[in-house]
Design a protein around this ligand. Structure first.
Ligand code: HEC
Length: 156
């Protein structure tokens, strides 16, 4: 009977560390990580978009840096943060990732591959002038849009 309180104490400690790992007030860490990944896409594409639209003057070095970042982030393995059980149905207050992303027939991996190819092609020419950069942005933006249309829940 001495053991029982000890065992309960251990369970309580594990439960507490579990709560800390899941981020406490910060939410699910896998969802946070993939949103951060997306934010890096968004920031770097935004830099290129501002130059393409003429809001900011084209600068070859800035364009190359942003496109290289986009391509580099697209090469990161995302396996650890697109975890089953973290969809918009499972975590409606945290995620907009539709369950279809994990279901059989999901094209998310394929679209991600096309995105990575398009980002590499953009990185190769982003420093070659505004027109070359702008032309290569099309397939990149299309891949973002294709994936969001199919696998990201619209905002309510
Ligand atoms: C292969 C699929 C896929 C591709 C490619 C993709 N996204 Fe996403 N994106 C998603 C999904 C799914 C979500 C919703 C994630 C969630 O809420 O759990 C998302 C969410 C986002 C968000 C919201 C992040 C947040 O903080 O809530 C932004 C911004 C975003 N994407 C930008 C981009 C941009 C820009 C690109 C292209 C440069 C891109 N995404 C490419 C699937 C994709």
């Amino acid at each position: 009977m001495i053991r029982k309180p000890l065992a309960l104490g251990l369970v309580a400690v594990l439960a507490l560390s579990g709560a800390a790992y899941s981020g406490g007030h910060g939410g699910n860490p896998a969802v946070k990580a993939r949103k951060a990944h997306m934010q890096l896409y968004s920031f770097n594409l935004g830099t290129l978009g501002a130059m393409a639209k003429g809001e900011v003057e084209y600068d070859a070095e800035t364009a190359s840096t942003a496109a290289n970042n986009l391509a580099a982030v697209s090469q990161l393995s995302q396996r650890g943060y697109w975890l089953p059980g973290t969809s918009s149905d499972d975590l409606p207050d945290e995620s907009r990732a539709l369950p279809a992303l994990w279901q059989e027939g999901s094209k998310a991996g394929e679209i991600g591959g096309k995105f990575a190819e398009a980002a590499a092609a953009l990185a190769a020419v982003a420093g070659d002038g505004k027109d070359a950069m702008a032309a290569a942005m099309g397939p990149v933006g299309k891949a973002c849009g294709d994936c969001h249309e199919a696998y990201r829940k619209p905002r309510n």
